[in-house]
Design a protein around this ligand. Structure first.
Ligand code: SF4
Length: 268
């Protein structure tokens, strides 16, 4: 596992490596770039090469047990756990680790929510299942995810490359919004009105909203979003980074771990 600069989690854990591109949001996939550069995969992440590019990493399955402090751990930042090349047996092993480390919370992000709901799995309360939606064309993934039995369901609108239009977030606990985070040459620009549209709908449906970053072009840059201040009715730039509250079982597990850590420090 590794510490990460991804602002909505603390660490990444990659029990699977590799993937294949499935929709326009994948065009500038950072995971593919890193993997090819470092020689972990040899061929582009296309459907044609998916069997050779996607690999299960059994030696990594138990890594979260070694981390004593409660952390928010992004599962498979370099892959998609619900890719068809990942066996159901292996997915169950990943969930066994998640279940057996209740002090951690685990955001799992997929572009294949239909597989997340078709596998017969009892999702542990610390597994947060999310899907990526880059524009209106993929908004049906939200409806699919809404059928998932996870305690926390979330949607990552990153890279936001088009308006998502009208969406239903009633069954979604958390949304993350971000412009494409890549070089100037590759970046597809985000119109901030798309991000504000999602903000309004998140407010309406009582869903936590996390604005991660602009796509980096003047005048709206960084992690502040220009929104209306309802008292002054003026636009102002502000950081809006809400996160969902873990359920009681997870909160208790975290509190117990903190107490154990404190007492071992005292005894040291
Ligand atoms: S689903 Fe994610 S990891 Fe897979 S190719 Fe697309 S962007 Fe990359």
């Amino acid at each position: 596992m590794q510490e990460t600069s991804i602002s909505w989690c603390d660490m990444t854990w990659n029990p699977v490596h590799g993937c294949s591109k499935i929709s326009p949001g994948c065009k500038n996939c950072y995971a593919e770039e890193i993997s090819l550069e470092s020689g972990h995969t040899d061929n582009p992440w296309t459907k044609k090469h998916e069997a050779e590019n996607v690999s299960e990493k059994p030696h990594k399955v138990n890594e979260p047990h070694k981390e004593d402090n409660p952390r928010r751990i992004f599962v498979n930042s370099m892959s998609d756990l619900f890719h068809s090349e990942v066996s159901e047996t292996f997915i169950r092993k990943v969930f066994r680790t998640i279940r057996n480390t209740p002090r951690h919370t685990y955001p799992i992000l997929t572009k294949r929510p239909e597989r997340a709901i078709s596998i017969d799995i009892q999702y542990p309360p610390n597994a947060w299942v999310g899907t990526s939606v880059e524009s209106k064309t993929q908004s049906n993934r939200i409806d699919t995810l809404s059928q998932c039995d996870a305690d926390i369901r979330f949607v990552s609108f990153e890279p936001l490359i088009g308006s998502v239009g009208k969406i239903d977030l009633t069954d979604i606990d958390w949304v993350i919004v971000g412009g494409e985070n890549t070089t100037d040459e590759k970046r597809r620009e985000m119109d901030h009105s798309w991000a504000r549209n999602i903000k309004h709908q998140a407010e309406r449906d009582d869903t936590n909203y996390y604005f991660k970053q602009s796509s980096g072009r003047y005048p709206e840059t960084g992690s502040k979003l220009k929104t209306i201040n309802k008292e002054t009715m003026e636009y102002e730039k502000r950081t809006i980074q809400e996160t969902p509250t873990p359920n009681k079982a997870v909160q208790n597990a975290r509190a117990n771990t903190d107490a154990t850590n404190q007492s071992s420090l005292k005894n040291f």
